[in-house]
Design a protein around this ligand. Structure first.
Ligand code: B12
Ligand code: SF4
Length: 423
């Protein structure tokens, strides 16, 4: 990702210093969308877009000493200049060409979520919306491809057999096809895989419009946390984010207003938790509009995932912010979504970030009460560490209101600065 570009550069230099003749291949969102930046780095190949088939074809060509000219999705250097082969069309996952991940080949293990071993699986790729902040459309166009349920269930079983107790579905937008999602829930239940916990990302419109049938099924299948792309509660900001359509509820083919509250209510009624994805600090935002969104999150969502608009390469949002002269920070290693790197027309970036930081800590602390019911031992053992992390920079005096919270925020920023040094 973009915030990892500097780290990637440092790893490349380290590898080169140890083994100068090694071939370096980069891929993923940032190399695909900012290939010119990687062309200036010390790399041999850039894999743009989906990686599996392109990388495979590249390896075969290198093994056989063959030309790489015909490999779609590949950029390479011919000794004089960079050649960018034609794009590779989005992979039709239905064809079964992409095999299951080989989990035994991993070099890092032991990732957990709330103390339970966690793994990721995909059931689909792509999205047909075009939110201005999202990289997906530039990355692969507007399309949606799905794996067969046999493959998905085999993937879940494989993750479980490797110890996973929680599964994160990393689909870009699984709720594009609600009927399929419902059928997937049935398949998980029938396959006896509903003893695992599932996390998923979803659109508010789909949950609001179909939640009466979908939400109970999700719950039965084991879904526990739903990451809702609320983005913003104000119509003006939703327009800037090009996210009006996906946040509009529909009944009998008619638009019936903002979908967020109804989606949250349906998920809550079915005993699922809402991770609320919001974006604050958009160009027209005032202190009041930011605080309205934060107050909403505090009242309705169980866990905040509040970000600042971040101008990632080639997104429509990046163009808008640049044209309006609102980008105040070009240090890409800070483009992690929780550092405000743009200001609004009315509020400085630092203040936008301060408002989010101040509100978010308490929302996170509050959720520990619910989490303790599900994972009591983990929370009891780790609550002090989790609270210390959430409130890093704060003192008893600042928490009790005897010290200006801006001072605590400055300390928090200094700690984050130190944390980033390894990058
Ligand atoms: C799931 C997801 C998450 C999950 C990750 C769960 C997990 N542990 O895996 C969560 C919610 C935790 C998350 C967090 C973040 N995410 Co995220 N996330 C996604 C999402 C939805 C899908 C990513 C995915 O796994 N796809 C499936 C895999 C198979 O596809 P893939 O990653 O694209 O990889 C393919 C190719 O890119 C390529 N490829 C990738 N790497 C390489 C390497 C080589 C060598 C090669 C050859 C090819 C290659 O081949 C792969 C197979 O085809 C995307 C896209 C979206 N619609 O929003 C965003 C996205 C990747 N995330 C993004 C961001 C910014 C973040 C955060 C910084 C946000 C934040 N503030 O928290 C953090 C960073 C977390 C971290 N420290 O790594 C951005 C990246 C934009 C950019 N230009 O950098 C995206 C694109 C969303 C967006 N804003 O547009 N994310
Ligand atoms: S709906 Fe989600 S995946 Fe699709 S463009 Fe918007 S943010 Fe990206």
């Amino acid at each position: 990702m973009t915030f990892q570009r500097r780290t990637a550069g440092r790893i490349i230099n380290l590898v080169r210093s140890l083994k100068p003749a090694v071939k370096v291949v980069v891929g993923g969102y940032d190399p695909s969308l900012a290939r010119e930046a990687y062309a200036e780095m010390n790399v041999d190949f850039i894999v743009r877009g989906e990686g599996e088939i392109t990388l495979r074809e590249l390896l075969r060509a290198l093994e056989q000493g063959a030309s790489v000219e015909s490999i779609c999705g590949l950029s390479h250097h011919n000794g004089h200049r960079w050649i960018h082969n034609p794009d590779r069309p989005a992979q039709r996952l239905e064809g079964g060409e992409i095999r299951l991940p080989n989990r035994r080949a991993r070099v890092l293990r032991g990732y957990t979520a709330l103390g339970r071993q966690v793994d990721v699986i995909e059931t689909s790729r792509g999205c047909t919306y075009d939110c201005s902040f999202c990289s997906i459309i530039e990355m692969r166009g507007r399309n949606f491809h799905t794996y067969s349920f046999d493959r998905v269930l085999a993937d879940i079983r494989d993750a479980r057999d490797h110890g996973a107790r929680t599964i994160f579905l990393v689909d870009d937008n699984i709720t594009l096809n609600v009927r399929r999602f419902e059928a997937l829930c049935h398949a998980i239940i029938q396959g006896g895989l509903n003893t695992l916990d599932y996390f998923v990302q979803a659109m508010t419109s789909a949950i609001a419009s179909h939640g009466e049938t979908l939400a109970p099924l999700m719950r039965e299948a084991g879904f526990r946390y739903v990451f809702l792309g609320i983005e913003n509660i104000l119509e003006r900001d939703l327009q800037f984010l090009r996210a009006v359509a996906k946040n509009t509820a529909r009944e009998l083919g008619r638009n019936v207003g903002n979908a967020t509250l109804r989606a949250i209510d349906l998920l809550h009624r079915n005993r699922m938790y809402v991770i609320g994805g919001l974006i604050v600090g958009n160009p027209e935002d005032t202190r009041e509009s930011i605080e309205a969104n934060l107050a909403f999150a505090s009242r309705y969502v169980d866990w905040p995932y509040i970000q600042h608009p971040t101008p990632y390469p080639r997104t429509a949002m990046a163009k808008d912010f640049r044209e309006r002269g609102l980008i105040v920070n070009e240090r890409l290693e800070e483009y992690d979504g929780t550092t405000a790197v743009v200001r609004t027309e009315h509020v400085p970036a630092e203040e936008v970030e301060f408002l989010r930081w101040r509100a978010e800590r308490w929302m996170k602390a509050r959720h520990m009460g619910s989490a303790v019911l599900h994972d009591p031992w983990f929370i009891v053992c780790h609550a002090p560490g989790m609270l210390a992390h959430t409130f890093r920079g704060c003192s008893v005096r600042s928490t009790l209101g005897f010290e200006d919270e801006h001072n605590a925020f400055k300390r928090y920023k200094a700690i984050r600065h130190e944390e980033r040094k390894y990058l």
